[in-house]
Design a protein around this ligand. Structure first.
Ligand code: BG6
Length: 466
């Protein structure tokens, strides 16, 4: 189709593709000389935490099937694909000897993608702390920051000749929330002070990895992928506005500002200091963060936060959580995803992008994840045996319209990656919510079938718009 016939054309070279992560799709969790990470350990010790008791060993078997999967990526119109390296597969002890089988595997994946004209994007950390690193404190520990930087350097050395787009973390706020606040990642603590230290160390680790990358004089770009959740106040009452601002500071700007601007927001520092949660910062750390900002920003967007002022004075003996500063409210008439329970608010993606243009120097960015999870998706199989996920096609279109508008207004958006390529295992939720362009039938030897949305995505990418 000619570009002039499209309602929403996108520029030449726009990245169309999807995102994934190692633990969620490789499988082979104990094969190929891989070391254990926190997910393997948690599953081994507390399998009942996982939806239907399904653990990381059962993730989509990309480790064995990467070649045919990459053909499916082609068939679904990918010109780019983001995956993560499993730190504990590459360096089984977290620090030290490199696993030759893992090097071979990642080299094979990279080469196969390039051979098929799919640009590989590599993310270094997607929630999968090696167990040996967690045992010495995980992100709370300075030693883990240093080990992560050595791991990052190893990746640059091994794969940097072919990789043009690197990312230091995916959604760095999530391990902080999961491990230190809300209990959905091992070790499921509830300790705000430790949460702040871990967050600071993630920011520092990212800056140090960027510093190492720059020293190597490789020709690619290095960025970070942050999940941004726009915080909308219930009203323009100053107390509601203040509540939304605090949610924004804690969940968005805590990583966005240091990554892009090289500094933490003053108001955030004040908030943290006033509670006595100031992290340990070594001499030179703030300079390292200042000097090593990202050159590309990946943005994950799923849903907004609807925030109101706190109605009751928080009980001082209750666990200290970010919700001490605000409450959530159910906005009347908001649109919900009936199959996952998350709000769908398409304009949120536009608001986020405009914020990047107006307040973050209009840095090059792309949508690094956007997607619609569906529980029990098998119910939508049509007569032809494929999943008729028109709801997902609508979801993508409605978000893309807003991305298009933001681009017309000058935001430097370079691409759109969906979450995700094929149905995958999602941490404690395991296979509960399906997101793929391709379905995976666990009970039929992980059989893959392109969904209706996968076929639609192929047209989207071939036409470069819709
Ligand atoms: C994203 C994460 O925020 O949400 C993914 O980056 C995750 O790793 C996805 O799988 C979906 O989460 P859920 O809980 O709906 O399966």
């Amino acid at each position: 189709m000619k570009q002039s016939q499209l309602d929403y054309p996108f520029p030449k070279g726009f990245w169309w593709g999807s995102a994934s992560s190692a633990t969620q799709m490789e499988g082979a969790a104990s094969l190929g000389e891989k070391g254990p990470n926190i997910w393997d350990y948690w599953y081994e010790t507390e399998p009942n935490r996982f939806f239907q008791g399904v653990g990381p060993e059962h993730t989509s078997q990309f480790y064995d099937q990467y070649k045919s999967d990459i053909q499916l990526m082609k068939e679904t119109g990918h010109n780019s694909f983001r995956f993560s390296i499993s730190w504990s597969r590459l360096i089984p002890n977290g620090d030290g000897a490199v696993n030759a089988e893992a090097v071979q595997f990642y080299n094979n994946v990279i080469d196969e993608l390039i051979k098929n004209d799919i640009e590989p994007f590599i993310n270094l950390f997607h929630f999968d702390m090696p167990l040996s690193m967690q045992e010495i404190g995980g992100w709370e520990s300075r030693a883990v920051v240093e080990a992560y930087v050595r791991y990052a350097q190893k990746c640059f050395e091994l794969f940097g000749d072919r990789i043009k787009y690197w990312f230091t973390h995916n959604e760095p706020v999530v391990p902080v929330e999961g491990q230190y606040l809300y209990g959905f990642h091992y070790p499921a603590l509830c300790d705000f002070k430790k949460a702040v230290q871990a967050a600071f160390h993630e920011v520092l680790a990212s800056a140090k990895a960027i510093e190492s990358y720059k020293k190597m004089n490789l020709s690619g770009k290095i960025g970070i992928i942050i999940n941004l959740t726009p915080s909308y106040p219930r009203s323009q009452h100053p107390m509601d506005v203040e509540a939304a601002n605090r949610a924004d500071l804690l969940f968005n700007r805590s990583f966005l500002d240091p990554s892009v601007k090289g500094t933490f927001p003053e108001e955030l520092i004040e908030l943290i200091d006033q509670e006595g949660f100031t992290p340990i910062i070594a001499g030179g750390d703030l300079e390292t963060i200042k000097e090593n900002t990202v050159s590309l920003l990946g943005i994950n967007y799923y849903q907004p936060r609807r925030v109101k002022a706190k109605e009751h004075v928080p009980n001082p003996s209750a666990p200290f959580l970010p919700e001490r500063y605000f409450d959530y409210y159910e906005m009347h008439g908001r649109k919900m995803n009936p199959y996952r329970g998350w709000e769908i608010y398409e304009k949120g993606i536009y608001d986020l992008l405009m914020n990047i243009k107006n307040n973050y120097d209009n840095i090059d960015c792309f949508i690094a994840e956007n997607g619609m999870g569906v529980e029990n998706e098998g119910r939508f199989i049509g007569e032809d045996g494929i999943i008729e996920d028109d709801y997902r096609i609508d979801f993508y279109k409605e978000h893309l319209k807003w991305v298009h508008k933001a681009m017309e207004e000058g935001v430097n958006v370079k691409g759109y990656h969906v979450w995700t390529f094929m149905d995958n295992w999602s941490w404690l939720n395991a296979y509960k919510n399906r997101y793929g362009l391709v379905s995976v039938k666990l009970e039929d030897d992980y059989k893959r079938t392109i969904k209706k949305s996968g076929k639609w995505f192929k047209n989207l990418s071939s036409n470069n718009g819709f």
